[in-house]
Design a protein. Sequence first.
Length: 68
Amino acid sequence: MNSKLRSSGLGNECPPDEDFVRVYFLQQGSTIMEAVKFFDHYEAKRWSNSDDHVLKNWKRLAWTWIFY
């Protein structure tokens, strides 16, 4: 994606920077490998849900990914 479209990563906006996803996963007690899987999964979906609406809160998705 174009770097101008990426959020600062400090908030929860989509799409996040992959480095911020990695840091968040580590902060939550997860691994870099899981962070990469998560990022690649949602990057392939263009950070959209099944209705093709852009997701708004990547941290909520990440939390669910990590703890469920």
